[in-house]
Design a protein around this ligand. Structure first.
Ligand code: SF4
Length: 369
């Protein structure tokens, strides 16, 4: 992991090897404190460690105490152009501010924001997007480049540094995945500020998830990134799950059940998809690392799922026939394979058998921990 400055967003540490956090942003009208607080809570429930909200006028400021008071996670105020709103949000207890100091006016305005942030121990994120790079930099670079994005971010940072403020987080997002990755890699090399990583305007869920996973995932695998946001058009709630899936895929969140399942083929003897879905849903509350495999055949399944702690290999539908009802519950025969033990032939509701065995294993793991 990259060596960065470290400080806190409310009670949450960022940088310096602290766990990578997940954040998202509300899309309710911030002036509607009840609706915004409800969405902050829903985002926290979905797995967000930090939630950002737009603060664009005095009415938003007035709503902040109620939202902050009821929020289960630290909140970030997203502010453009107005130092007075940044100061107002900090005075009302916001945990972090996102503002670009180059856009807030005179040196004395920047100093006012920096002094207030210092007094309240509030970090500031400088958020440069490919669309926000200054004209002079674009002219010098001949268009939007990773180097130009970093120069823009460092230009904003310099204003805070000159005011004696260094609790800075940088973001350099583009909607192009290669440009995003290049900009963050450059920033990681040239600065020691913690980085908020994400691909901006990634689009709708689906393609947006893939762009985010490639961009954020590539950076995290390089050890770059201290907090992540997946940006998807529409409700922000799916952003949290998408970000958590990315952290799991790169091995940064391990206390959960990882379901591996085969793609199925002509040898498949059981309803792998239905059983895998049921296993994933019914074991989602487990908080120890456990890999559970659902494989379609006894010929290749156990070999292909060698990394799993416990798995099921399907043999075919049971001659006894019948059904216990519900998805993935048709009676079938198969084998349970568990690390270090001989495979065991099983018959019946295979999903239920696998779930029960996996739970027992999770309990044993938890007791050992
Ligand atoms: S585990 Fe068996 S059923 Fe599944 S894809 Fe491999 S060979 Fe096919």
């Amino acid at each position: 992991m990259r060596n960065t400055r470290s400080f806190s967003i409310g009670p949450l540490p960022i940088g310096g090897g602290a766990p990578v956090t997940v954040q998202s942003m509300t899309n309710t009208d911030t002036r509607d404190a009840a609706a915004t607080l409800a969405q902050v809570r829903a985002l926290a429930q979905a797995g967000c460690d930090i939630v950002r909200l737009s603060v664009y006028d005095e009415q938003c400021l007035e709503a902040l105490p109620a939202i902050i008071g009821g929020a289960p996670v630290p909140l970030v105020a997203d502010i453009h152009y107005r130092a007075d709103l940044a100061v107002g949000a900090m005075e009302r207890g916001i945990a972090k501010v996102r503002i670009n100091p180059g856009n807030i006016g005179s040196v004395s305005e920047v100093r006012r924001v920096a002094d207030c942030a210092k007094m309240h121990h509030v970090p500031i994120r400088i958020g440069v997007n490919s669309g926000s790079v200054e004209k002079e930099i674009l002219a010098r670079e001949g268009g939007v480049t990773a180097r130009g994005m970093l120069q823009s971010a460092l230009g904003h940072a310099r204003l805070l540094e000159e005011a004696g403020f260094h609790d800075i987080v940088l973001s350099l997002k583009a909607s192009s995945v290669p440009l995003t990755v290049e900009a963050y890699r450059l920033a990681a090399k040239e600065t020691d500020y913690p980085l908020h990583v994400g691909v901006t305007e990634a689009g709708l869920p689906g393609a947006g998830n893939i762009k985010s996973a490639i961009g954020i995932g590539a950076l995290l695998l390089d050890g770059i990134g201290d907090t992540v946001r997946v940006s998807l058009t529409g409700s922000p709630i799916p952003e949290a799950a998408a970000a958590i899936d990315i952290l799991r895929a790169v091995g940064l969140r391990t206390g959960y059940v990882n379901v591996v399942s085969c793609p199925t083929c002509g040898r498949t003897g059981i309803d792998v998809a239905a059983i895998a879905r049921r296993v994933e849903a019914e074991l989602s509350d487990i908080r120890v690392p456990l890999t559970v495999a659902v494989m379609g055949c006894v010929v290749n399944g156990p070999g292909e799922a060698r990394e799993a702690d416990i798995g099921l290999a399907g043999g075919g539908l049971s001659r006894a026939g019948g059904s216990a009802g519900g998805e993935g519950s048709a009676y079938a025969v198969g084998a349970i394979f568990e690390k270090g033990k001989a495979p065991e032939k099983v018959e019946g509701d295979l999903a239920a058998i696998l779930i029960e065995r996996a739970r027992r294993l999770a309990r044993e793991r938890a007791a050992q921990a």
